[in-house]
Design a protein around this ligand. Structure first.
Ligand SMILES: Cc1cc2nc3c(=O)[nH]c(=O)nc-3n(C[C@H](O)[C@H](O)[C@H](O)COP(=O)(O)OP(=O)(O)OC[C@H]3O[C@@H](n4cnc5c(N)ncnc54)[C@H](O)[C@@H]3O)c2cc1C
Length: 380
């Protein structure tokens, strides 16, 4: 018998993250959206209340969440604000390569420092000419005695200006191209790292992005993750693990937009009755609730597949990201429409949720790239 019943500790996770979201994220989301500033106060509070880095194993100070637990947590953060949620969650994208390939010594050192300093990390894969096409990376890290010398240019890097650590992907041997791609964990204060001004953007504005230039940055060889040439595999395996997080945050965002629109619409009287008394509006609400539920189910299924090591976890992870983020775009757009002028106004949060939803269709692999992943898996 398949059970969809959550365990008691999972209900506790939901309750804990929901409570944090109510106290810290919802009251501050509009402010950070307007300021477009990294919400350090909220991130520090997340450390104090053990709301951050949940999937780091307990022995290193984390909560030991599996992917399913993490997706429950990300949905709650996404319900409050996907921008602030990413400020709390993006370090896990940066640290996932360490889950996959770090030595015991590296884990102790990196996680220890992250918790001690209440720090955040950045994941530096994308370059001006290597977005969807990761194999097009041109940054190099050439070995010189016991060091690597890193040169290159990264773009759109979340947390770059606030990070303690940056996980960087670069070619150890440009002649071998992507087969030499290697992952490094780099201290952000290493000489030669230039962080460019913050990206101005449409949504998820609490989260910050910058270009990074590396000028002869010396990386000690003990900061290689895994081995030289494992970078491409690490990058792809990272996304297999993290895409359900993007998907669950999108489910949370859509749920929040739907809840707002539903309660508004039930109380909005036009032509002498609530607008939901019109079947067109009632069916719109029905479709929104159906779509959210369907996405939540595929996210849970994908997370379960990852945790139980099913063969198709990569396919399901891509499907969950594609389904949930496209759904969130539709549902948040419908929420704006259902609320008429109020939906479009900054008096209500749904216009922000609609702007925020767009980004989820783009990062961690655009939704076209998810279709590439899915079609390759089903056609092979
Ligand atoms: C706010 C923000 C935060 C980000 N954070 C990070 C981060 O922390 N770390 C990081 O490394 N990167 C990050 N990114 C980068 C992000 O992952 C890329 O923007 C994304 O992968 C797309 O790359 P691109 O922008 O270069 O678009 P391109 O790859 O140039 O794509 C342009 C369009 O072409 C489509 N396309 C490309 N190739 C194909 C194909 N084969 N088939 C069909 N369609 C295709 C794409 O889907 C897209 O619609 C972030 C981006 C943004 C905007």
């Amino acid at each position: 018998m398949v059970s969809f019943e959550l365990e008691k500790y999972q209900h506790d996770i939901i309750e804990k993250y929901r409570d944090f979201t109510k106290r810290w994220i919802i009251p501050n989301r509009q402010k950070y959206d307007e300021l477009s500033e990294f919400p350090w106060d909220i991130v520090k509070a997340a450390y104090d209340e053990k709301i951050i880095n949940g999937s780091i194993p307990k022995e290193y100070g984390g909560n030991g969440f599996n992917i399913f637990d993490s997706s429950l947590a990300s949905e709650e953060l996404g319900y409050g604000c996907t921008g602030i949620g990413i400020c709390i969650d993006a370090s896990i994208l940066a640290l996932t390569p360490t889950f996959l390939a770090a030595t015991e010594e590296q884990k102790k050192r990196i996680y220890g420092e992250m918790f001690e300093k209440k720090a955040v990390a950045a994941y530096a894969l994308t370059e001006p000419n290597a977005g969807s096409d990761v194999a097009g990376i041109k940054s190099t890290a050439l070995k010189k005695k016991d060091k690597y010398i890193l040169n290159g240019h990264k773009r759109f890097i979340t947390n770059a200006e606030v990070a303690e650590y940056i996980t960087v992907f670069a070619l150890a041997d440009p002649e071998r191209g992507a087969r030499s791609l290697t992952a490094f964990i780099v201290k952000a204060d290493t000489p030669g790292i230039e962080i460019l001004p913050r990206l101005e953007k449409m949504g998820q504005r609490a989260s910050v992005q910058n270009e990074i230039k590396f000028h002869d940055v010396e990386i000690p060889e003990e900061n290689v993750l895994g081995r030289e040439g494992m970078g491409f595999l690490i990058a792809m395996k990272t996304f297999d693990r993290t895409r359900t997080g993007v998907a669950s945050a999108a489910v949370g965002n859509a749920q929040a937009a739907y809840d707002t629109a539903l309660s508004w619409a039930k109380n909005r009287i036009q032509f002498g009755k609530p607008i939901t008394a019109n079947q067109a509006m009632a069916f719109l609400m029905a479709d929104m609730s159906l779509e959210i539920e369907a996405s939540r189910n595929i996210v849970w299924r994908a997370a379960w597949a990852y945790d139980t090591k099913q063969k198709n976890y990569s396919l399901l992870s891509a499907m969950s990201k594609l389904h949930a983020t496209d759904m969130a775009m539709r549902v948040t757009t419908d929420a704006v429409q259902a609320m008429g002028g109020d939906g479009y106004s900054k008096e209500f949060p749904v216009e922000k949720m609609m702007r925020d939803a767009k980004l989820s269709q783009i990062y961690e692999g655009t939704n076209q790239i998810q279709r590439v992943v899915i079609s390759k898996a089903i056609l092979k």
